[in-house]
Design a protein around this ligand. Structure first.
Ligand code: GTP
Ligand code: MG
Length: 677
């Protein structure tokens, strides 16, 4: 396959903006499916998980492939709920381009800001689709202004709406000066074209060309001199502008009403990058600092990044991977450079939501599923055995909510352990700890919804009945002052004498996570000992055994003579660090969330009054439209459990909220006493 014609793209947005509805249309018009799936009827191809169908939301990123004209488009439909932000992040890491969807009524909603920031982080070129133009109050010009203001980007409106709200019937393609009207059939498969008059286009066509003229002098001149402009040439200028991140073209439509989607598919092909536009990906030779580049060519040694793992009852572990270089075939042996495992590729698949087609080969630029790796986690690199490379690992946020569970029957304990292990492999933001005292399992994750889904899966996918407690906040510990620790370890264990000496200090590193300053002048094998010893101690804090965060560890002395052993050094570091943390005046931290509650104006009083009883600090109240307001506040997470039900009763079911972890703050004394008992 010609790599120039491959598009690896994602759809991302705030919850309910219409990502899955749009994807379903793309699949239908490209002929990938023969009937349009609807989220509201539980028939969407991409929301195939039982829990997704019932709740009408996306939980897992789903991958699929479709063909449009001479292009192959690999699409990842991501979830919008904030508990699954990590799903979006891991997809963005391996995608080449993104369609950010906004609701024409809701505008720039909070989660779409998060997604935009994530796309910035990974430098992903993007186009915008303003959806739901059929809804009452839809206004693409207002959304456009909001996007420009919030993200400080150069947007280029490519289309104008034809008709509004219920009467929305199509778009004016400003580039071609044509009206596209979807009134030929119900399913929007066909549309008709008419010339658009100057009057209908107003200044917008001029504005479009002036903006593009800034990217290309020749185009500017030809436009001013009213000379012929080749469409292909303009498209290539837009494409270059998108890939360089200089412009963001904006398209409009209504996915539910089947209008405007074909233009979006064309835009994906015309303007978003192909794998070749990435030129090369940087990685390291495993165990070394040397940086190497892998080019998106089949002639290069094979390399790929695993961005998702799915456990299939029949197949075992299916690794979703993005091939960056080289090619592979079933039967071939490759390596997981993150852990050194060498394995044979048993099967290779092209993915389509929960179905798949066998492949005989996969090459650079493709997104495929591989069966064969036994020990693999999200973010690992697969590569050629003789030419190893390792790409940057994926980092996932630490959980903030936990729940204790136990099997209803003790006989089911082994099965529970097995199922939890399955789910742990699939979801990198999920953690399990065994509480030694109670024998219960403590499951932690990013939010109540995620834990709820995990429990539901235990019950229905694995047939396991469990008793569960109430969700709890996952606390953390940190230090409040700098302190130092010293330990000399010298002991004969068995036949060997173990020795090590460590002198270190710890410093508060507020809001920045943990940072270990590993001395450069120690041998490479000892660096791993240092990292592991520090991480072991930081996992269980000195106050109440919660993970330690926001601490910088600095080494002043680490013995490195020939008598030093890994065990001796590891023990010395652990003891010295434990001492330093205790001396560092440890405190307990709790997650504080930023919450945004969107409600009809008449309920603002109710909502604000209720927040007042929950120790919230009110930040602002903004007007979204004439009838809707948005209340922004910060509040300790423990105060806001089960808020969906509360908000429903406060607003007669007409409020929405979104929240995201903002930061960790010291736990008030009276709460601390309860936790520490
Ligand atoms: N009126 C209108 N409703 C739409 C449109 N597109 C989607 N919807 C509705 O909006 C709701 C959410 O649509 P989804 O496609 O599930 O949205 P999503 O972005 O995939 O949501 P998550 O995956 O849960 O984040 C559903 O009820 C859709 O029917 C549209 O163009 N117009
Ligand atoms: Mg969805």
């Amino acid at each position: 396959m010609n790599k120039e014609k491959i598009r690896n793209i994602g759809l991302a947005a705030h919850i309910d903006a219409g990502k899955t509805t749009t994807t379903e249309r793309i699949l239908f018009y490209t002929g990938r499916i023969h009937r349009i799936g609807e989220v509201d009827e539980g028939t969407a191809t991409m929301d195939w998980l039982q829990q997704e169908k019932e709740r009408g939301i996306t939980i897992w990123s789903a991958a699929t492939t479709c063909y449009w004209k001479e292009y192959r488009i690999n699409i990842i439909d991501t979830p919008g709920h904030v508990d699954f932000t990590a799903e979006v992040e891991r997809s963005l890491r391996i995608l080449d381009g993104l369609v950010v969807i906004f609701c024409a009524v809701g505008g720039v909603e909070p989660q779409s800001e998060t997604v935009w920031r994530q796309a910035d982080k990974f430098d992903v070129p993007r186009i915008v689709f303003i959806n739901k133009m059929d809804r009452i109050g839809a206004d693409c010009f207002r959304v456009l202004k909001e996007i420009e203001k919030k993200f400080a980007v150069n947007t280029v409106l490519m289309q104008l709406p034809l008709g509004a709200e219920e009467e929305f019937k199509g778009v004016i393609d400003l580039l071609r000066g044509k009206k596209l009207i979807w009134d030929v059939d119900e399913i929007g498969e066909r549309y008709r074209e008419e010339e658009a008059s100057e009057e209908e286009m107003g200044n917008w066509r001029e504005e479009l060309f002036l903006c593009l003229g800034e990217l290309d002098d020749e185009l500017a001149e030809r436009y001013i001199e009213k000379k012929d402009i080749e469409l292909k040439k303009v498209k290539s200028i837009i494409r270059k502008g998108v890939i360089e991140g200089r412009i963001v073209p904006v398209f409009i439509g209504s996915a539910l009403k089947n209008k405007g989607i074909q233009c979006l598919i064309d835009a994906i092909c015309d303007y978003l990058p192909s794998p070749l536009d990435k030129r090369g990906v940087m990685g390291k030779i495993p165990g070394k600092e040397e940086i190497i580049e892998r080019k998106p060519s089949d002639e290069e040694p094979f390399s790929s990044v695993v961005f998702k793992i799915q456990i299939d009852k029949k197949l075992g572990k299916l690794s979703y991977t993005r091939v960056y270089s080289g090619k592979i075939k079933p039967g071939q042996k490759i390596m997981n450079s993150a852990n050194g495992e060498i394995f044979r590729i048993q099967r290779l698949y092209l993915l389509h939501a929960n179905r798949r087609n066998s492949l005989q080969e996969a090459a650079a630029g493709e997104i495929v599923g591989i069966v064969g790796a036994k020990r693999v986690k999200t973010g690992d690199t697969f590569c050629d055995i003789d030419n190893p490379v390792i790409y940057e690992e994926m980092l996932f946020p630490e959980p903030v909510v936990s729940i204790a569970i136990e099997p209803k029957s003790i006989r089911e304990l082994p099965k529970l352990e097995e199922c939890l292990a399955f789910m742990l492999e699939e979801d990198p933001t999920f953690r399990v700890k065994r509480d030694e005292e109670t024998g219960q399992f403590v499951l932690s994750g990013m939010g109540e919804l995620q834990l709820d889904i995990l429990l539901d899966r235990l019950k229905r996918d694995f047939g396991l009945e469990v008793r569960s407690g109430k969700p709890q906040v996952a606390y953390r510990e940190t230090i409040s002052v700098s302190a130092s620790g010293y330990h000399k370890f010298s002991k004969t264990i068995g036949d060997a004498h173990h020795f090590g000496e460590a002198n270190l200090s710890v410093h508060p590193n507020p809001q920045k996570g943990n940072y270990i300053e590993i001395p450069v002048d120690i041998p490479d094998d000892f660096k791993e000992v240092v990292r592991e010893s520090v991480n072991t101690i930081l996992l269980f804090g000195p106050l109440a055994g919660y993970p330690v965060t926001d601490v910088k560890v600095e080494f002043h002395k680490l013995s490195k003579g020939s008598n030093v052993t890994p065990l001796g050094l590891g023990n010395a570091i652990q003891e010295a660090l434990r001492e330093a943390l205790i001396k560092g005046d440890p405190i307990l931290l709790e997650p504080v969330v930023k919450i945004e509650i969107t409600v009809p104006s008449e309920f603002v009083g109710n909502v604000v009054g209720d927040l007042g009883t929950r120790n919230a600090s009110l930040k602002k109240i903004t007007k979204v439209s004439d009838f809707i307001q948005r209340v922004s506040a910060e509040i300790p997470l423990r105060e806001i459990f089960g808020y969906a039900t509360t908000l429903r009763s406060l607003t007669q079911g007409r409020g929405n909220f979104w929240m995201e972890i903002s930061h960790f703050a010291p736990v008030p004394e009276e709460i601390k006493k309860k936790i520490m008992i």
